[in-house]
Design a protein around this ligand. Structure first.
Ligand SMILES: [Fe+2]
Length: 276
């Protein structure tokens, strides 16, 4: 056994008495993988320190509006991997929460517009929330949010009122819901922090496939955090945070001119929840 392996065993033994069994399991796996990472790469002191300084910078970039650690997890595909691990069979596929979720969005009546005319062309999104067996779920909530035509969320843009392009909708007795929003646009993930530097060092672009976010929840069911992606978007195959799932791509169908409600696009999007 090498000195490196002996050290790994010694550290594993030191945490073996962790009372919480799940924490014990997570710590042991983390220790094994961290030690393997150092051994496999021949990690130098300089590189080790650079890594710690990078994580420190990620932490310093965080505040109550900006979550650089979520962004880091997203661009490394860890968020998407956790989604895969936790996907419920038969239910709507989950995808990344992203750094722009804001709890406390206003509850809005069916069909309400969550944005303003200047946020983009109006899209009516409608569908049904059902359980995996197919029965509709009445009283399910859809917490939806997205960016404006300038690619910015309200939390990034002082010209948008608070909770612009955010809202919570509740399904009716038939599990149906509908709301108005705007056709989403691609936007760059924030690259003015250490995660942006990492992307530049990797030669990667920083664009997200255009999407509407949704957290769909109902009492007695596993909530799902997911997206509606626009089938016509150019970044579906190279989303910066690996969030696209084929099952979440929807057509934004143009509506002919003269629609009495000034709707430009119609989108059908059903959601399926698994029992908890
Ligand atoms: Fe987003």
């Amino acid at each position: 056994m090498t000195d490196a392996q002996k050290l790994t065993d010694e550290v594993l033994r030191a945490s073996a008495a962790t009372p919480d069994p799940r924490l014990r399991e997570l710590l042991a796996a983390l220790i094994r993988h961290l030690h393997s990472f150092a051994a496999e790469t021949g990690l130098t002191h300089q590189e080790w320190l650079a890594g710690l300084e990078f994580l420190t910078a990620v932490g310093r970039k965080c505040d109550d509006q900006r979550q650089e650690f979520v962004l880091l997890s997203d661009v490394l595909g860890l968020s998407a991997q956790v989604d895969h691990v936790n996907a419920a069979p038969g239910a709507t596929e989950p995808t990344v929460l992203g750094p722009f979720y804001r709890p406390g969005a206003p509850h809005r009546p069916p069909g309400a517009h969550i944005g303003r005319p200047e946020d983009g062309a109006t899209a009516l999104i409608r569908g049904r929330v059902a359980r995996t067996g197919g029965q509709p779920i009445a009283g399910a909530t859809l917490d939806v949010w997205q960016c404006s035509a300038n690619g910015l969320y309200d939390t990034q843009d002082p010209d948008q009122p608070p909770f612009n392009l955010r809202g919570v909708f509740t399904t009716g007795a038939d599990g149906g819901y509908q709301f108005r929003t705007v056709r989403p646009v691609s936007y760059p993930i924030p690259v003015d922090g250490p995660v942006g530097a990492l992307l530049r060092a990797s030669g990667r672009h920083h664009w997200r496939a255009s999407h509407v976010h949704a957290i769909v929840a109902a009492a007695g069911y596993e909530p799902v955090t997911t997206h509606i992606f626009d089938a016509a978007n150019e970044y579906l195959r190279s989303d910066a945070v690996f969030g696209v799932r084929d099952s979440l791509i929807r057509e934004f169908r143009p509506v002919g001119p003269g629609d009495p409600d000034d709707v430009s696009f119609m989108v059908d999007a059903d959601f399926v929840l698994a029992g908890s």
